[in-house]
Design a protein around this ligand. Structure first.
Ligand code: ITT
Length: 197
């Protein structure tokens, strides 16, 4: 199945390719005039509402003639810190650009409650259907930056399902086997292959 992923984040694109291509999906990035289209992200506290809004905007950009021979994928994700009431949450991308991982480490210094989670909501539009799948990865904010892999908050995110290494210290395969994105894409791929589809 040909899937057009509407994202400006090439790290997300690469993770989706690694995950979905071995399952037989062909992943392309949506480009309009040589650039990823800019979607408006409404200011909701809910990833699913944002992802559905992005999916609707993306669908309005696909020519009618192509709608039947491909699926459209969008994803919204973020880092939710328990003791900060879920901040930066749906604002993760903006907060990362403004204060980066150093800013989060500053905010968390002296705070012993480091528990947090990454969440991802993927929406696949297939003809008239929208398949929505969430993935959650629990972890904690590290004391310092560790590792150089991954992207975004990965150098300070230590997943619970690991030996104490941050996502930035793991291989891509290791990260996607336990990550929020891996889980949401797994749920999507299972929903697509289920007999009720
Ligand atoms: P698109 O909207 O174009 O897909 P984006 O990066 O703006 O790209 P989001 O609005 O969903 O995407 O923001 C998600 C942000 O959350 C992302 O920019 C990172 O800062 C953070 N994030 C999400 N998943 C992550 C991951 O696996 N590793 C590190 N940071 C992640």
């Amino acid at each position: 199945m040909r899937v057009i992923f509407v994202t400006a984040n090439t790290n997300k694109l690469e993770e989706a390719r690694r995950y979905l291509e071995p399952l037989g999906f062909e992943i392309e990035q949506m480009m309009i005039g040589g650039k990823a289209p800019e979607l408006i992200e409404p200011q909701f506290d809910d990833l699913e509402k944002i992802a559905i809004s992005k999916a609707d905007q993306a669908m309005s950009m696909v020519p009618e003639s192509q709608k039947s021979d491909c699926a459209i994928l969008v994803e919204d994700s973020g880092l939710f810190i328990d003791s900060l009431d879920g901040f930066p949450g749906t604002y993760s991308s903006f907060v990362f650009r403004k204060i980066g991982v150093d800013g989060i480490l500053r905010l968390m210094s002296g705070n012993k409650m480091k528990a947090c989670e990454y969440r991802a909501v993927s929406v696949l539009v297939l003809g008239e259907r929208k398949i929505i799948a969430e993935g959650v990865c629990r972890g904690k904010i590290g004391e310092k930056i560790s590792g150089t892999g991954g992207f975004g908050y990965d150098p300070i995110f230590i997943p619970d399902d690991s030996d104490g290494r941050s996502f930035a210290q793991m291989s891509r395969e290791e990260k996607s086997s336990i990550s929020h994105r891996g889980k949401s894409l797994k749920a999507l791929s299972e929903a697509i292959s289920s007999p009720s589809m």
